[in-house]
Design a protein around this ligand. Structure first.
Ligand code: ADP
Length: 339
């Protein structure tokens, strides 16, 4: 089931659209050919029957010549000829149709691709432009905070400003990452064990500080992919699991393999996600109500959309199963490819 799906998902949008056009074209062409074949054979058989009857009416001598046997042969030969002609006709339609469909699909998609590219470029440029003044503000506030003559309320204000600047910087970094993630080099064979080990190492300290246990049960599965992006994906899931889990709970990372797919699973025993929120958590800037209203957890609702984009660029996807109050399980499906 997964094989043709992956095959098509890994094709370019123009190829997929062209394949759709060709399918429609070939369907019409084959239906038309079938109809033409039946019509021609019926007409030919009728013609032969009339011819036989006409000759028969001239006298018994000619009837010998117009024996039904030769007309059967003529019909058989005509049918074969017709089939060859129709196969030839459909092959020409297939080749010409493929070329024309691909060109047409490319032309149709060009304005959409240009619009998306310009949107990505704008987001990337805007985020980039924001970084410089934000970094300058951060440095200035840090320098100001070192002033010993600063009174307590002023220090509190500056610290709060520093936090907001850090949040804005994180937002502009995330937007930049989202805009730049359009193409990945999937040529390398990446070990999921190595990826998750790196992600776990980065979170060892905060996990310990929050008394949360991280268990890594991932086996040494290899997938074709981009190492840094897969680490980023694992880090996002682990970061969320930590953010939304209570002290004393356990986060389990595991993996499995089914057919040509590898599965990476991050399960926590945290607050869970409401059923109504679950379909939207992969949308940009979406934060489930519980986290928004409490406003205790940091984030801008971009982590999972970046993670989903990474999975999709690898030909995979992320799905979630969650029970409010009990925990969430995020499953990343990645094609094993030929590794
Ligand atoms: P954020 O930066 O807000 O964490 P994400 O895109 O990573 O953004 O996640 C979107 C929303 O999905 C979060 O605001 C949170 O409500 C919900 N969520 C994601 N992971 C978990 C989890 N492990 N447990 C509970 N809620 C989660």
């Amino acid at each position: 089931m997964d094989k043709p799906q992956h095959f098509w998902r890994s094709r370019s949008p123009a190829t997929r659209l062209a394949a759709g056009y060709v399918l429609i074209l070939m369907f019409i062409s084959l239906v038309f050919s079938g109809w033409l074949y039946r019509l021609s054979v019926n007409e030919l058989a009728d013609g032969l029957r009339h011819e036989y009857a006409r000759i028969k009416s001239f006298g018994s001598d000619l009837v010998v010549l117009a024996d039904p046997e030769p007309s059967v042969d003529v019909l058989k030969e005509a049918k074969q000829h017709l089939v060859v002609e129709l196969v030839y006709f459909n092959s020409v339609i297939l080749v010409l149709g493929s070329v024309v469909s691909y060109r047409l699909a490319k032309r149709t998609l060009r304005p959409i691709e240009e619009a998306l590219e310009s949107q990505s470029r704008f987001t990337a440029d805007a985020s980039h432009e924001l970084r410089t003044p934000l970094t300058a503000m951060q440095t200035e506030i840090e320098v100001a905070l070192r002033d010993p003559s600063l009174n307590k309320p002023a220090k509190k204000l500056l610290n709060s400003n520093l936090e907001e600047v850090a949040k804005l910087k994180a937002l502009s970094d995330n937007l930049l990452r989202l805009a730049n993630k359009n193409d990945l080099n999937l040529g390398r064979s990446v070990s999921l064990l190595q990826v998750t080990r790196e992600a776990c190492n980065r979170y060892a300290k905060p996990a310990k500080a929050n008394r949360i246990k991280i268990t890594n049960k991932v086996s040494d599965l290899q997938v074709p992919g981009d190492y840094d992006s897969l680490v980023e994906l694992a880090v996002t899931l682990l970061d969320n699991a930590l953010k939304y889990s209570p002290a004393g709970s356990t986060i389990t990372i595991s993996s499995s393999r089914h057919g040509k797919q590898a599965y990476l699973v991050v399960a926590d025993q945290g607050q869970g996600i409401r059923v109504a929120d679950q379909p939207h958590i992969f949308d940009r800037f979406y934060r489930a109500d519980s986290s928004r209203s409490k406003d205790t957890t940091e984030g801008h609702g971009l982590g999972l959309s970046i993670a989903q984009k990474i999975a999709s660029l690898h030909g995979g996807e992320i799905t979630v199963k969650s029970t409010p109050g009990k925990g969430s399980t995020f499953t990343v499906k990645l094609p094993l490819g030929s590794v």
